[in-house]
Write a protein that binds this ligand. Sequence first.
Ligand SMILES: C[S@@+](CC[C@H](N)C(=O)[O-])C[C@H]1O[C@@H](n2cnc3c(N)ncnc32)[C@H](O)[C@@H]1O
Length: 439
Amino acid sequence: MIISCRLFCSLLLLIISDDVHVSSFTTQSQSNFHTSSRNNYLISKRTSSALFSSTPLSSSKPKAKPRTGIAQQLLDFALNSPLWKLVLVPQARKNIAKTAEANGIQWEKSKQWLLDQDGPWKSTKENDDGSYNQKFPYPAYYTKEFHTYTNGNLSWESAIEQELASRAIGARNFPSFGADGGDAFRSSFEQAIIRLGGHCPDGGIILDLGAGTGISTRRLGALFPHEDNKILGLDLSPYMIAVGQKLLDMAPLQKRVSGDAVSTGQDALDGKWVSDIMPDERIELRVGDAANTNLDDESVNVVNLSLVIHELPIDVTIQVCKEAYRILKPGGQLFISEMDFDSPAYAAQRENAMLFSLLRSTEPFLDDYADGMERVREFLIATFESVKITAATGRHYALVATKGVNNNDDKLGIFEDSRFKDGNYIVDDTHLKVWESKE
Ligand SMILES: C[S@@+](CC[C@H](N)C(=O)[O-])C[C@H]1O[C@@H](n2cnc3c(N)ncnc32)[C@H](O)[C@@H]1O
């Protein structure tokens, strides 16, 4: 019992530190990107459904297989039992903090520093049950336990920890970048998006759906720096938005503090992880539903989904993509940055019953996402004028879908998939094997 408990805990350590919060990362260096025109398709929209039903999008790619059967169900059941959770969840929490500290990110101090700042988490701590600032009923999928947080994204703890966890996991998986590993990971998506022709006209409106505390929103601001651009971050969690707003509000102060103009005291050091957040008055963060934004038709230039759709049931993802199409201006673009279950690394991981069950127990819709990726692509190809996808890391892809300028169903839809070359993923697959302990 003790041995199996230890095994479970160490496996969970790896899972949690590899995939929770921002899914997983690779050690892929930024310089290893190539493009390939293999697997490019030019498809008539009229015939696309028939074509897709008989022709795989990428015939040479390896396929991630879901596990089924009684043994798998028993395993999932066991991992979701209160007994295991009692052991696994506290251990997982400790491990993510340990991973952060080991990589030069001051988890405990930074977390405490943020908790000590004035914010609604102080006065409404008792209200950590999903009811804070609730504006409308949440969709059922959203109230599930998530990432080991009982109230999922609807809690102060998940919101306060989101940025730290993102940095910690990035640092662990891009060791050559040290504490900047999270930055390396995210910039791999941005490079891929720009390579696919992603752009925003000067003075454009960018909408970041599932913005969380705004990491992706702020990065979009930096990627498209024109002073007249507007960047709107929308998230269903008022907790995430409150923390994200606080980080933005504190940014000017932190900049001064870290720039020695005010103080270099311990306070400033404890809050150092916030100090590289740049003030950006073009950004607005708002609570809202990605599937129903309440924005006008054809009102935005870019819609972004960074590490969001692997957390959604596939029908919700399709709904979100429909909403994106509705609100995009003609010629506007949808960007998706995500885990790639067509990659050999995730295919192997998914075939590992124990490992994937652990992952599934913290990410309830991961199977739905993995099985439904192709359906989402088919929907995008049938809807947008062009869809381009490429590898960002050995386990992640970036996708850019462009809305046609004229609503003309007879035009050709372009699909370019440059992830695979001669049957292999085109980015060298140098990520850490997640079941190998570094210790
Ligand atoms: C893993 S986080 C990604 C956050 C951010 N985009 C990033 O790159 O760090 C996924 C976010 O999606 C949000 N989310 C899930 N469903 C949503 C929905 N229907 N509408 C808006 N946000 C949603 C969650 O609250 C969570 O903050």
